[in-house]
Design a protein around this ligand. Structure first.
Ligand SMILES: Nc1ncnc2c1ncn2[C@@H]1O[C@H](COP(=O)(O)OP(=O)(O)O)[C@@H](O)[C@H]1O
Ligand SMILES: [Mg+2]
Length: 277
């Protein structure tokens, strides 16, 4: 290299990359077709779309629970086998809190550390920190059934965070909660993301929730499941209740709503005329 040549570092691989992925279930259902996506470190991505468009299937593929029928996926530029090593940790939160009913909240949260044989003293300290991070510092000793639905989801979130994941995957985690509780949990999740600098992929069918939380919204459509748009969400980094009624928030919601309505209308018209989209 001569002195006049600038040193250009090789671009780092995306944290997650999905290249021309199809997913056909054994019963013949085509859940996803030609999905292409790259997720960069530190992003907050929402997968937004109607029921049946393949959001959960795609998230399960990110988690290595499902595999593509065609196409390629990479995690930190590597095959799935490298996930779990330092700097490449991943956790998933499901729609139900999935807590062990016979174990205390703290024991539930400690489970991933017990499975990893983390010494008890260190594990207890990390559990206390994780519970504190989700606002459950005082509830470690109670059983899950003594908590409200929102608090159970907080415990589930603490269990996912206790391993300090670099990538957090959430599948409609707050979908079963009332709107007020959901808004509160959305705010807390957004603050956690900012504080920890992790990458988040969040599945939802709520336009409002996607706009509130995300740095980028990936819009999906059904039959077959595919990505129809990727929409960056600007606006303030810190999002509070005032953001929910702000002009930029409303504009993003309106634009996404129109995009989804148009896409729905087009696919409906194609179905009527038999045109393949
Ligand atoms: N294990 C499975 N076997 C067969 N079909 C499935 C399976 N899981 C999901 N599907 C189908 O794949 C499509 C996408 O499902 P899913 O990923 O759950 O969508 P979403 O999460 O967006 O509602 C749907 O038609 C669904 O019925
Ligand atoms: Mg789903």
């Amino acid at each position: 290299m001569t002195a006049t040549e600038a040193y250009i570092p090789a671009p780092a691989a995306p944290l997650l990359s999905v290249q021309r992925v199809d997913k056909r279930y054994p019963n013949g259902t085509v859940a996803l077709e030609d999905v292409r996506l790259a997720i960069e470190p530190g992003e907050f991505i929402s997968l937004l779309g109607p029921s049946g468009c393949g959001k959960s299937t795609l998230l399960k593929m990110f988690a290595g629970i499902e595999t593509p029928t065609h196409g390629h996926m990479r995690w930190w530029g590597q095959p799935f086998g490298t996930v779990g090593s330092k700097g490449r940790r991943m956790s998933m939160v499901f729609q139900e809190a999935t807590l062990m009913p016979w174990a205390t909240v703290a024991e539930n949260v400690r489970l991933p550390l017990d499975l990893a044989h983390v010494p008890r003293r260190e594990a207890d300290a990390r559990v206390a920190e994780a519970l504190d991070g989700v606002g459950l510092a005082k509830f470690g000793k109670v059983l899950p059934r003594e908590l409200s639905g929102g608090m159970q989801m907080r415990a589930s979130l603490a269990r996912a965070l206790v391993t300090e994941p670099d990538l957090l995957l959430l599948d409609e985690p707050f979908g079963a909660l009332d709107e007020f509780t959901r808004n509160r949990l959305d705010s807390d999740l957004r603050a956690l993301w900012q504080r920890r600098g992790m990458t988040v992929v969040f599945v939802t069918h709520s336009i409002y929730e996607a706009v509130y939380l995300s740095s980028r919204v990936v819009v999906m459509q059904a039959r077959p499941g595919r990505i129809i748009a990727e929409v960056p969400i600007g606006g303030p980094l810190a999002r509070d209740d005032a953001y929910r009624v702000s002009e930029p928030f409303m504009q993003h919601c309106k634009a996404l709503s129109e995009l989804i309505t148009d896409a729905h209308r087009a696919s409906f018209a194609n179905e009527e005329t038999g045109v393949q989209s």
